[in-house]
Write a protein that binds this ligand. Structure first.
Ligand code: NAP
Length: 461
């Protein structure tokens, strides 16, 4: 047998080996769900509980003993008990000496205690080898088998061998262990399940704010103004016309906001002449949520596509078309095709289609399954170069569509600019500054700074 082959044999998990007994302290929801999954995966499970009376809820192949008796039967003990009860473990310190204790606990609030639960457990039982794991998996997901959302198990601990033993169990349960390092990482891991879309908060609030602002802006100009000054009731615009104006406008602004922090970062680096100084906090946070901003922008752009596709089905549109035909018939006059208008409409549609296609491509490449399969250069090419191209196309789409209104005085109802004019301010500013930044006289020093060059080095040799 060759050497490679023996390596493969060594790496392959041994399915024939009998699995080691695992002890679980606590027969609550999580203890039972984890025990059930372990038994399914071939682990003998022994429960340590305050009551040794067998209940129908406990997995039927598991043993139920007192804490002290159960702990003696296994090298790994999973503590499926809330942190505030950990004191009961102190009298068991001798039995638990040298054992691997798996802390799976969570808290009710972020940073509820000064130290993590796992570190607290390690302080209570200094002779044991504490490993943090499983806290991001829910009892319900373990029991129902729907682990799609939480297949990853973060593991951390100071004892490498103990951590490895726990990671082997994680793998055997069909989950993916992710080594987060020493027990110092436990606090961060314990905070994960308490976070609610942390990266999405700013993009969601921003897009809701923009949507509300533009919705009321359109409502005032398209419905209220027309009602007051033209005595026309266009209130039905609220259902499709206004959303179909607001969605592309918000999508375009959000797309521009994905690229704006990069522009600020470049200006700050050029001004400071170094990349070795931290960006302001607001810019750091903004840069971190660019992907979320882009995905929300894509959602708004998709809504715009759907609203546009239903336009021919609208009663208002068929009424306007037939009105045009009837007026031509009554006047006995056929309006010739306006070639300029035909060009304009075809151009903005084509620009919109191409822009949306690139938008979708950006969204797809931001999926972890796709981004994991491209290298950094390829990822940057799509997200930066094609991203800017998408911004150019979408801006041009809006310019060609809304351009005809910009110069017409009737577009300035109540002296306010048309919504399309407002939507172009940030994208145009981003594109103009980006255009300046790619000039060789600006791009060269910026590239040098990003490669580590400093205008006034602090640590000169
Ligand atoms: P639970 O249903 O309330 O069960 C806790 C168990 O702790 C009880 O069944 C009891 O087991 C034991 N216990 C209670 N008071 C005790 C005391 N004074 N001394 C010793 N043992 C005591 O809670 P759970 O939902 O299973 O959660 C257990 C731990 O898992 C918690 O730290 C939680 O943060 C963590 N967790 C839970 C989930 C989840 O989805 N539920 C997910 C991740 C992590 P006996 O009666 O057998 O002694």
């Amino acid at each position: 047998m060759n050497k490679n082959c023996s390596n493969i044999m060594a790496l392959a998990p041994s399915t024939s080996n009998k699995r080691e007994t695992v002890c679980i302290f606590g027969t609550g929801d999580f203890g039972r769900a984890l025990g059930h999954k372990m038994i399914q995966s071939g682990y003998p499970v022994v429960y340590g509980s305050r009551s040794t009376q067998i209940s129908s809820l406990i997995p039927k192949d598991a043993e139920l003993l007192s804490h002290a008796e159960a702990a003696q039967k296994a090298a790994i003990i999973i503590i499926a008990i809330q942190r505030h009860h950990y004191n009961f473990l102190i009298p068991l310190a001798e039995i638990l000496h040298g054992k691997v204790l798996v802390d799976i606990s969570n808290n009710l609030k972020l940073n509820q205690y000064p130290e993590s639960n796992a570190e607290y457990l390690a302080q209570l039982l200094p002779g044991s080898r504490v490993v943090k794991a499983f806290n991001t998996v829910s009892a319900w997901a373990l029991q129902s088998g729907t682990l799609d959302a939480s297949r990853q198990v973060f593991v951390c601990g100071d004892d490498v061998e103990a951590k490895q033993m726990v990671m082997n169990i994680v793998r055997a349960l069909g989950l993916t262990p992710l080594d987060k390092g020493s027990l110092l990482a436990a606090q961060e891991i314990e905070n994960y399940p308490l976070q609610l879309f942390p990266m999405w908060k700013f993009p969601i609030f921003l897009s809701l704010g923009l949507t509300a602002f533009f919705f009321f802006y359109c409502l005032a100009l398209d419905v209220i103004y027309t009602y007051i000054y033209e005595k026309k009731n266009f209130s039905f615009f609220i259902a499709i016309t206004i959303p179909n104006r607001v969605c592309p406008v918000v999508a375009l602004i959000l797309l521009a906001l994905v690229y704006l922090p990069g522009i600020f970062a470049a200006i700050i680096q050029l001004y400071r002449g170094t990349k070795y100084r931290r960006f302001p906090d607001w810019l750091d946070k903004w840069m971190l949520c660019r992907k979320q901003l882009g995905l929300i922008a894509l959602a708004f752009a998709s809504l715009h596509v759907v609203f546009t596709l239903v336009t021919p089905m609208r009663a208002f549109v068929s009424w306007r078309t037939s009105k045009g035909i009837i007026s031509q018939a009554l006047n006995n006059k056929t309006e010739p095709l306006n070639n300029t208008n035909a060009w304009i409409s075809d151009c903005y549609l084509a620009l919109g289609i191409l822009g949306f296609f690139l938008f979708v491509l950006l969204g797809i490449t931001s999926l972890p399954s796709v981004s994991n399969n491209v290298n950094w250069r390829e990822f940057r090419f799509v997200q930066s170069k094609l991203g800017y191209l998408a911004l150019i196309l979408c801006t041009a789409h809006t310019l060609v569509y809304g351009g005809k209104w910009f110069l017409s005085p009737s577009a300035y109802k109540w002296y306010l600019p048309n919504i399309y004019m407002l939507s172009l301010v940030i994208p145009c500013a981003v594109l103009v500054v980006k255009f300046v930044l790619i000039f060789p006289c600006v791009d060269k020093p910026l590239t040098q700074i990003r490669q580590g060059w400093e205008r006034n080095p602090k640590h000169s040799k």
